[in-house]
Design a protein. Structure first.
Length: 364
Protein backbone atom coordinates (compact mmCIF):
# COMPACT_ATOMS: atom_id res chain seq x y z
CA UNK A 1 0.00 0.00 0.00
CA UNK A 2 2.76 2.46 0.94
CA UNK A 3 4.68 1.71 -2.27
CA UNK A 4 1.58 2.25 -4.38
CA UNK A 5 0.92 5.58 -2.72
CA UNK A 6 4.44 6.68 -3.44
CA UNK A 7 4.06 5.48 -7.03
CA UNK A 8 1.06 7.75 -7.46
CA UNK A 9 3.03 10.63 -6.01
CA UNK A 10 6.04 9.92 -8.23
CA UNK A 11 3.89 9.91 -11.37
CA UNK A 12 2.16 13.16 -10.38
CA UNK A 13 5.54 14.72 -9.58
CA UNK A 14 6.91 13.48 -12.91
CA UNK A 15 4.05 14.98 -14.92
CA UNK A 16 4.56 18.25 -13.06
CA UNK A 17 8.25 18.33 -14.02
CA UNK A 18 7.43 17.46 -17.65
CA UNK A 19 4.95 20.34 -17.78
CA UNK A 20 7.52 22.68 -16.22
CA UNK A 21 9.99 21.80 -18.98
CA UNK A 22 7.39 22.23 -21.74
CA UNK A 23 6.45 25.65 -20.37
CA UNK A 24 10.04 26.81 -19.78
CA UNK A 25 11.51 25.59 -23.06
CA UNK A 26 9.35 26.36 -26.12
CA UNK A 27 10.90 26.47 -29.58
CA UNK A 28 10.35 30.23 -29.59
CA UNK A 29 9.02 32.58 -26.93
CA UNK A 30 7.48 34.63 -29.75
CA UNK A 31 5.18 31.75 -30.64
CA UNK A 32 3.55 30.15 -27.60
CA UNK A 33 -0.06 29.09 -27.07
CA UNK A 34 -1.74 31.28 -24.46
CA UNK A 35 -2.45 28.43 -21.97
CA UNK A 36 1.31 27.76 -21.85
CA UNK A 37 2.07 31.29 -20.67
CA UNK A 38 1.76 32.65 -17.14
CA UNK A 39 -0.87 35.27 -16.42
CA UNK A 40 0.77 38.67 -16.80
CA UNK A 41 -0.58 39.84 -13.44
CA UNK A 42 -3.98 39.16 -11.84
CA UNK A 43 -5.73 36.04 -13.09
CA UNK A 44 -4.62 32.49 -13.73
CA UNK A 45 -3.75 30.19 -16.64
CA UNK A 46 -3.19 26.40 -16.67
CA UNK A 47 0.56 27.09 -16.54
CA UNK A 48 0.16 28.85 -13.20
CA UNK A 49 -1.02 25.60 -11.58
CA UNK A 50 2.27 23.78 -12.17
CA UNK A 51 4.69 25.26 -9.62
CA UNK A 52 2.25 25.32 -6.66
CA UNK A 53 1.34 21.73 -7.52
CA UNK A 54 5.01 20.80 -7.18
CA UNK A 55 5.21 22.55 -3.80
CA UNK A 56 2.06 20.71 -2.77
CA UNK A 57 3.80 17.43 -3.65
CA UNK A 58 6.80 18.53 -1.58
CA UNK A 59 4.48 18.78 1.42
CA UNK A 60 2.89 15.38 0.82
CA UNK A 61 6.33 13.79 0.47
CA UNK A 62 7.57 15.33 3.72
CA UNK A 63 4.81 13.67 5.73
CA UNK A 64 5.08 10.26 4.06
CA UNK A 65 8.89 10.15 4.05
CA UNK A 66 9.58 11.55 7.51
CA UNK A 67 6.87 9.50 9.17
CA UNK A 68 8.49 6.40 7.67
CA UNK A 69 11.93 7.47 8.91
CA UNK A 70 10.57 8.21 12.37
CA UNK A 71 9.00 4.75 12.46
CA UNK A 72 12.44 3.35 11.60
CA UNK A 73 13.82 4.98 14.74
CA UNK A 74 15.59 8.02 13.33
CA UNK A 75 15.85 10.87 15.81
CA UNK A 76 14.60 14.40 15.25
CA UNK A 77 18.22 15.62 15.34
CA UNK A 78 19.21 13.25 12.54
CA UNK A 79 16.26 14.30 10.43
CA UNK A 80 16.75 18.04 10.88
CA UNK A 81 20.41 17.74 9.86
CA UNK A 82 19.31 15.98 6.67
CA UNK A 83 16.66 18.63 6.03
CA UNK A 84 19.07 21.54 6.42
CA UNK A 85 21.76 19.89 4.29
CA UNK A 86 19.29 18.99 1.54
CA UNK A 87 17.81 22.49 1.54
CA UNK A 88 21.28 23.97 1.16
CA UNK A 89 22.09 21.65 -1.75
CA UNK A 90 18.85 22.45 -3.61
CA UNK A 91 19.45 26.17 -3.09
CA UNK A 92 23.05 25.88 -4.31
CA UNK A 93 21.96 24.01 -7.45
CA UNK A 94 19.44 26.78 -8.12
CA UNK A 95 22.16 29.43 -7.94
CA UNK A 96 24.44 27.33 -10.15
CA UNK A 97 21.74 26.94 -12.81
CA UNK A 98 21.11 30.68 -12.84
CA UNK A 99 24.82 31.39 -13.36
CA UNK A 100 25.25 28.68 -16.00
CA UNK A 101 26.98 28.92 -18.47
CA UNK A 102 28.48 32.42 -18.22
CA UNK A 103 28.95 32.61 -14.44
CA UNK A 104 28.52 36.37 -14.39
CA UNK A 105 28.34 37.03 -10.66
CA UNK A 106 27.31 40.63 -11.31
CA UNK A 107 24.01 39.24 -12.65
CA UNK A 108 23.39 36.68 -9.90
CA UNK A 109 19.78 36.07 -8.90
CA UNK A 110 19.51 34.93 -5.29
CA UNK A 111 15.94 33.68 -5.57
CA UNK A 112 14.19 31.50 -8.12
CA UNK A 113 12.37 28.21 -8.59
CA UNK A 114 14.86 25.89 -6.85
CA UNK A 115 15.63 28.38 -4.06
CA UNK A 116 11.89 28.63 -3.39
CA UNK A 117 11.59 24.84 -3.33
CA UNK A 118 14.50 24.77 -0.85
CA UNK A 119 12.88 27.34 1.46
CA UNK A 120 9.44 25.70 1.33
CA UNK A 121 10.90 22.24 1.95
CA UNK A 122 12.97 23.48 4.89
CA UNK A 123 10.13 25.43 6.52
CA UNK A 124 7.55 22.65 6.12
CA UNK A 125 9.97 19.97 7.35
CA UNK A 126 10.81 22.05 10.44
CA UNK A 127 7.09 22.54 11.14
CA UNK A 128 6.55 18.79 10.76
CA UNK A 129 9.41 17.89 13.11
CA UNK A 130 8.91 20.57 15.76
CA UNK A 131 5.27 21.61 15.49
CA UNK A 132 2.05 19.76 16.14
CA UNK A 133 -0.64 19.59 13.50
CA UNK A 134 -2.47 22.31 15.39
CA UNK A 135 0.57 24.59 15.18
CA UNK A 136 0.88 23.85 11.47
CA UNK A 137 -2.76 24.81 11.00
CA UNK A 138 -2.33 28.02 13.03
CA UNK A 139 0.77 28.95 11.06
CA UNK A 140 -0.89 28.32 7.69
CA UNK A 141 -4.08 30.24 8.45
CA UNK A 142 -2.21 33.10 10.16
CA UNK A 143 0.24 33.37 7.27
CA UNK A 144 -2.53 33.61 4.66
CA UNK A 145 -4.62 36.07 6.68
CA UNK A 146 -1.61 38.18 7.67
CA UNK A 147 -0.28 38.27 4.11
CA UNK A 148 -3.71 39.30 2.83
CA UNK A 149 -4.09 42.13 5.36
CA UNK A 150 -0.57 43.48 4.83
CA UNK A 151 -0.70 43.27 1.04
CA UNK A 152 -4.18 44.74 0.67
CA UNK A 153 -4.48 47.27 3.48
CA UNK A 154 -1.13 48.41 4.94
CA UNK A 155 0.25 51.59 3.36
CA UNK A 156 3.50 51.06 1.45
CA UNK A 157 6.31 53.55 2.27
CA UNK A 158 6.69 56.10 -0.51
CA UNK A 159 3.65 54.73 -2.35
CA UNK A 160 0.69 54.90 0.02
CA UNK A 161 -2.30 52.56 -0.09
CA UNK A 162 -1.48 49.32 -1.97
CA UNK A 163 -2.78 48.91 -5.50
CA UNK A 164 -2.91 45.19 -6.29
CA UNK A 165 -3.68 45.86 -9.94
CA UNK A 166 -0.10 47.06 -10.48
CA UNK A 167 3.22 45.25 -9.89
CA UNK A 168 5.01 48.29 -8.45
CA UNK A 169 2.51 49.32 -5.79
CA UNK A 170 2.55 46.59 -3.16
CA UNK A 171 4.63 45.33 -0.25
CA UNK A 172 6.16 42.39 -2.16
CA UNK A 173 7.67 44.81 -4.68
CA UNK A 174 8.83 47.16 -1.92
CA UNK A 175 10.54 44.41 0.13
CA UNK A 176 12.24 42.84 -2.90
CA UNK A 177 13.49 46.18 -4.15
CA UNK A 178 14.73 47.11 -0.68
CA UNK A 179 16.31 43.86 0.52
CA UNK A 180 17.12 41.57 -2.41
CA UNK A 181 20.64 42.05 -3.79
CA UNK A 182 21.69 41.12 -7.31
CA UNK A 183 19.42 40.56 -10.29
CA UNK A 184 15.64 40.54 -9.93
CA UNK A 185 13.49 38.74 -12.49
CA UNK A 186 11.44 41.86 -13.21
CA UNK A 187 14.14 44.48 -12.50
CA UNK A 188 12.55 45.88 -9.33
CA UNK A 189 10.68 42.82 -8.02
CA UNK A 190 10.72 39.05 -8.29
CA UNK A 191 7.86 36.49 -8.50
CA UNK A 192 9.92 34.21 -6.23
CA UNK A 193 10.78 37.08 -3.90
CA UNK A 194 11.03 37.35 -0.13
CA UNK A 195 7.51 38.18 1.03
CA UNK A 196 5.67 35.88 -1.37
CA UNK A 197 7.67 32.92 -0.05
CA UNK A 198 5.50 33.01 3.10
CA UNK A 199 2.24 31.96 1.36
CA UNK A 200 4.28 29.57 -0.82
CA UNK A 201 5.18 27.73 2.39
CA UNK A 202 1.44 27.31 2.97
CA UNK A 203 1.21 25.55 -0.42
CA UNK A 204 3.56 22.98 1.09
CA UNK A 205 1.51 22.83 4.27
CA UNK A 206 -1.64 22.05 2.27
CA UNK A 207 0.32 19.15 0.78
CA UNK A 208 1.22 18.02 4.30
CA UNK A 209 -2.50 18.07 5.14
CA UNK A 210 -3.06 15.72 2.20
CA UNK A 211 -0.21 13.55 3.43
CA UNK A 212 -1.88 13.17 6.82
CA UNK A 213 -5.07 12.07 5.06
CA UNK A 214 -3.13 9.37 3.19
CA UNK A 215 -1.70 8.09 6.47
CA UNK A 216 -5.11 7.61 8.06
CA UNK A 217 -6.01 4.02 8.94
CA UNK A 218 -9.08 3.83 6.77
CA UNK A 219 -10.07 2.25 3.46
CA UNK A 220 -8.25 3.82 0.54
CA UNK A 221 -11.52 4.75 -1.18
CA UNK A 222 -12.57 6.72 1.89
CA UNK A 223 -9.26 8.59 1.98
CA UNK A 224 -9.60 9.42 -1.72
CA UNK A 225 -13.13 10.71 -1.15
CA UNK A 226 -11.82 12.88 1.67
CA UNK A 227 -9.12 14.32 -0.61
CA UNK A 228 -11.77 15.09 -3.23
CA UNK A 229 -13.94 16.76 -0.59
CA UNK A 230 -11.11 18.91 0.76
CA UNK A 231 -10.06 19.78 -2.79
CA UNK A 232 -13.47 21.13 -3.73
CA UNK A 233 -13.68 23.07 -0.44
CA UNK A 234 -10.33 24.73 -1.18
CA UNK A 235 -11.41 25.60 -4.72
CA UNK A 236 -14.56 27.22 -3.35
CA UNK A 237 -12.63 29.17 -0.70
CA UNK A 238 -9.99 30.29 -3.20
CA UNK A 239 -12.66 31.51 -5.58
CA UNK A 240 -14.36 33.35 -2.70
CA UNK A 241 -11.17 34.99 -1.41
CA UNK A 242 -10.23 36.30 -4.85
CA UNK A 243 -13.01 38.88 -4.58
CA UNK A 244 -10.98 40.50 -1.81
CA UNK A 245 -7.42 39.48 -2.75
CA UNK A 246 -7.09 38.67 -6.48
CA UNK A 247 -5.63 35.38 -7.68
CA UNK A 248 -2.07 36.28 -8.62
CA UNK A 249 0.87 33.91 -9.07
CA UNK A 250 3.46 36.70 -9.10
CA UNK A 251 2.35 37.73 -5.60
CA UNK A 252 1.46 34.16 -4.62
CA UNK A 253 -1.69 35.72 -3.20
CA UNK A 254 -3.69 33.99 -0.48
CA UNK A 255 -6.48 33.22 -2.96
CA UNK A 256 -3.92 31.73 -5.37
CA UNK A 257 -2.47 29.58 -2.57
CA UNK A 258 -5.84 28.20 -1.52
CA UNK A 259 -7.20 27.71 -5.05
CA UNK A 260 -4.11 25.90 -6.35
CA UNK A 261 -4.02 23.90 -3.12
CA UNK A 262 -7.45 22.63 -4.14
CA UNK A 263 -6.11 21.72 -7.58
CA UNK A 264 -3.26 19.82 -5.93
CA UNK A 265 -5.64 17.99 -3.61
CA UNK A 266 -7.94 16.97 -6.47
CA UNK A 267 -4.98 15.89 -8.61
CA UNK A 268 -3.61 13.71 -5.83
CA UNK A 269 -7.05 12.17 -5.27
CA UNK A 270 -7.43 11.39 -8.96
CA UNK A 271 -3.94 9.93 -9.29
CA UNK A 272 -4.37 7.83 -6.16
CA UNK A 273 -7.61 6.48 -7.62
CA UNK A 274 -6.14 5.65 -11.03
CA UNK A 275 -2.80 4.27 -9.88
CA UNK A 276 -3.72 2.64 -6.57
CA UNK A 277 -7.22 1.36 -7.14
CA UNK A 278 -7.29 0.96 -10.93
CA UNK A 279 -3.52 0.26 -11.02
CA UNK A 280 -3.07 1.78 -14.48
CA UNK A 281 0.55 2.68 -13.82
CA UNK A 282 2.02 1.13 -16.98
CA UNK A 283 0.62 3.89 -19.12
CA UNK A 284 2.72 6.46 -17.25
CA UNK A 285 6.19 4.91 -16.91
CA UNK A 286 7.48 7.89 -18.91
CA UNK A 287 6.36 10.25 -16.14
CA UNK A 288 7.44 7.84 -13.40
CA UNK A 289 11.07 8.14 -14.55
CA UNK A 290 10.89 11.93 -14.25
CA UNK A 291 9.16 11.68 -10.90
CA UNK A 292 11.86 9.72 -9.08
CA UNK A 293 14.62 12.06 -10.31
CA UNK A 294 12.62 15.28 -10.49
CA UNK A 295 15.26 17.82 -9.42
CA UNK A 296 17.84 16.07 -11.61
CA UNK A 297 15.52 16.24 -14.63
CA UNK A 298 14.72 19.90 -14.00
CA UNK A 299 18.41 20.75 -13.58
CA UNK A 300 19.38 18.84 -16.72
CA UNK A 301 16.73 20.71 -18.70
CA UNK A 302 18.39 23.99 -17.68
CA UNK A 303 21.94 22.82 -18.35
CA UNK A 304 21.22 21.48 -21.84
CA UNK A 305 19.63 24.71 -23.04
CA UNK A 306 23.14 25.81 -24.08
CA UNK A 307 23.06 23.01 -26.66
CA UNK A 308 19.44 23.05 -27.80
CA UNK A 309 18.51 26.74 -27.44
CA UNK A 310 21.74 28.72 -27.67
CA UNK A 311 24.30 29.29 -30.43
CA UNK A 312 27.09 29.62 -27.87
CA UNK A 313 28.50 26.10 -28.24
CA UNK A 314 27.36 24.81 -31.65
CA UNK A 315 27.60 28.09 -33.54
CA UNK A 316 23.89 27.94 -34.35
CA UNK A 317 20.68 27.70 -32.39
CA UNK A 318 18.90 24.39 -32.92
CA UNK A 319 15.61 25.90 -31.76
CA UNK A 320 15.91 28.78 -34.23
CA UNK A 321 16.77 26.37 -37.06
CA UNK A 322 13.78 24.20 -36.15
CA UNK A 323 11.45 27.19 -36.18
CA UNK A 324 12.80 28.26 -39.59
CA UNK A 325 12.10 24.74 -40.87
CA UNK A 326 8.54 24.91 -39.54
CA UNK A 327 8.07 28.23 -41.30
CA UNK A 328 9.32 26.81 -44.61
CA UNK A 329 7.02 23.80 -44.29
CA UNK A 330 4.03 26.05 -43.58
CA UNK A 331 3.52 24.60 -40.12
CA UNK A 332 1.81 26.97 -37.64
CA UNK A 333 4.67 28.46 -35.63
CA UNK A 334 2.94 28.03 -32.27
CA UNK A 335 2.50 24.35 -33.04
CA UNK A 336 6.13 24.11 -34.13
CA UNK A 337 7.23 25.77 -30.91
CA UNK A 338 5.23 23.25 -28.87
CA UNK A 339 6.58 20.30 -30.90
CA UNK A 340 10.15 21.44 -30.20
CA UNK A 341 9.40 21.59 -26.46
CA UNK A 342 7.97 18.05 -26.62
CA UNK A 343 11.02 16.82 -28.53
CA UNK A 344 13.21 18.38 -25.85
CA UNK A 345 11.31 16.45 -23.17
CA UNK A 346 11.88 13.22 -25.12
CA UNK A 347 15.61 13.97 -25.40
CA UNK A 348 15.80 14.60 -21.65
CA UNK A 349 13.89 11.38 -21.01
CA UNK A 350 16.75 9.29 -22.45
CA UNK A 351 19.29 9.91 -19.64
CA UNK A 352 16.50 10.06 -17.05
CA UNK A 353 15.21 6.67 -18.23
CA UNK A 354 18.73 5.20 -18.02
CA UNK A 355 18.90 6.29 -14.37
CA UNK A 356 15.43 4.89 -13.78
CA UNK A 357 16.27 1.50 -15.34
CA UNK A 358 19.45 1.26 -13.25
CA UNK A 359 17.47 2.30 -10.16
CA UNK A 360 19.72 5.30 -9.61
CA UNK A 361 17.78 7.94 -7.72
CA UNK A 362 19.71 11.18 -7.26
CA UNK A 363 18.39 12.86 -4.13
CA UNK A 364 19.93 16.22 -3.42
Amino acid sequence: MENRRLLSLDILRGLTIILMIIVNDPGSWSHVYAPLLHAEWNGITPTDYIFPCFLFIVGVSIVLSMKKQQDQGKSRTELIKKVLWRSLKIYAVGIFLWLWPNFDFNEIRWVGVLPRIAFVYMACAILFLYGSRKIQWYFGISALLGYWVVMAYFPVPGIGFPDLSMPEKNWAHFIDNLLLPGRLWQETWDPEGILSTIPAIVSGLIGMWAGYVLLQKDELKNRINLLFFYGFILLFLGDLIQWFFPINKNLWSSSFTVFTGGIGMLSLAAFTYFFDIKQSRYQFKFAHAFGVNSITAYSLSSILTVVFYSSKWLGLSLSDEFMLLCDRLGLPLKLGSLIYALLYVIILWIPIQVLFKKKIYIKL
